[in-house]
Design a binder for this molecule. Structure first.
Ligand SMILES: Cc1ncc(COP(=O)(O)O)c(C=O)c1O
Length: 367
């Protein structure tokens, strides 16, 4: 018997979240961002749910090959462009569109031999200070790119640092606008948070939006808002079972370091899930967990293969009871929801990290 842990990817929820994005993005074309193996879900597992997108955006050439191998003939965008000259050969062969964010990438393109000119997205560093040409250097980069026979159409992109936060996007949008306003070509500026929070501004919706986290039901501006507020559904459930029960007397402690001490007698359940499965070790007493669809709390320290839950709110639970670490409990347990953002918050991180960190040893299925 394998350990009773299982991750399930929900295809209908992916489809729902994509439709929700389209609703906010209106006429914009949608890149489904599937980098990092579709935010830990698995590219092959999300493909069916996200094939209604206009294109797939990612940054690993091997992942682009996987999308093509699934039969996708539409646009694929390499968000970080190429890393070395021979990557351009694969771009030509697979018909990949790619970001261009630095002079070295233009140099590589200028000596690339191809019969089919490439579609490129010239990236501006409008304030994030990771990738891209600063506004002052942007037009010169555009002129250089535009003159290359290896280049077909040039589009324009930038990335927001604070679309989910009070600082907002106006300062970056203004820099982007000023440097590109009279340049012909399509634009792409918005991640999930920009589309959800700023879509009343038509510049945010032009021409391609690039949502990632919302497609996977994660909330970019949690805890200010929750999934219900934005109408998002969880696309990943991490579930396990109780494999042992202990009765703790008053003063009894739990796990390594005895971090939890019972102030009253307590039944606890031992769950087959630990940090080697990708559950965050930074979660401690109080982190939310569902047992048979009922909300309870983690107690003590998460260990490699196990964690411990308080069974007080679920007295009928015992050996073999169902545990939902995040996502959706089974219909038998009312389909109760536990947001990955909430668990992430208890660990001092974000839902993105938890999704991406589910360990290879965890079996994954789709429904
Ligand atoms: C360039 C770019 N566009 C879009 C996204 C999608 O962001 P999010 O998952 O917040 O929607 C990312 C992710 O970090 C990104 O790097």
């Amino acid at each position: 018997m394998p350990r009773p842990i299982l991750a399930t990817i929900h295809t209908a929820a992916l489809r729902h979240n994509l439709a929700r994005m389209r609703q906010s993005a209106q006429d914009a074309k949608v890149w489904a961002v599937v980098k990092a193996n579709a935010y830990g879900h698995g590219i092959e597992r999300v493909f069916d749910g996200l094939r209604g997108a206009d294109g797939f955006a990612l940054l690993d050439l091997a992942e682009a090959e996987r999308v093509r191998a699934l039969g996708w003939r539409g646009p694929i965008l390499l968000l970080e462009g190429v890393f070395e000259p021979r990557d351009l050969e694969l771009c030509s062969r697979l018909g990949l569109w790619h970001a261009v964010h630095c002079d070295e990438q233009i140099d590589m393109l200028s000596s690339h031999k191809t019969h089919v000119p490439h579609r490129v997205f010239l990236k501006m560093n409008s304030g994030m200070n990771r990738l891209g040409f600063t506004p002052g250097r942007y037009r010169a980069a555009w002129a250089r790119l535009n003159a290359l026979p290896q280049v077909d159409e040039v589009s324009f992109m930038t990335h927001f640092s604070d679309a989910d936060a009070p600082r907002g996007i106006a300062h970056q949008l203004a820099a982007f606008e000023a440097a590109t306003q009279d340049l012909p070509g399509e634009r792409s500026v918005s991640n999930s948070a920009a589309v959800l929070r700023h879509a009343d501004d038509s510049r945010v919706r032009a021409d391609w939006v690039r949502p990632g986290i919302v497609l996977y039901g994660g909330v970019p501006d949690f805890p200010e808002h929750g999934a219900a507020h934005w109408g998002l559904q969880p696309t990943m459930t991490l579930a396990s079972k109780i494999i042992a029960v202990q009765d703790l007397p008053v003063g009894g402690t739990v796990g390594y370091g005895s971090l939890f001490t019972a102030e009253q007698a307590l039944r606890i359940g031992i769950v087959a899930c630990g940090y080697a499965d990708g559950y965050p070790r930074h979660c401690s007493t109080g982190a939310p967990v569902l047992v048979d669809g009922v909300r309870t709390r983690l107690v003590g320290r998460v260990s490699m293969d196990m964690l411990v839950v308080d069974l007080t709110p679920v007295p009928q639970a015992g050996f073999g009871s169902d545990v939902t670490l995040w996502g959706r409990a089974s219909a038998e347990h009312g389909g109760a929801l536990l947001s990955i953002d909430e668990v992430a918050q208890a660990a001092g991180t974000v839902g993105y990290e938890l999704m991406c960190a589910v360990a290879p040893r965890v079996p994954v299925t789709t429904d």
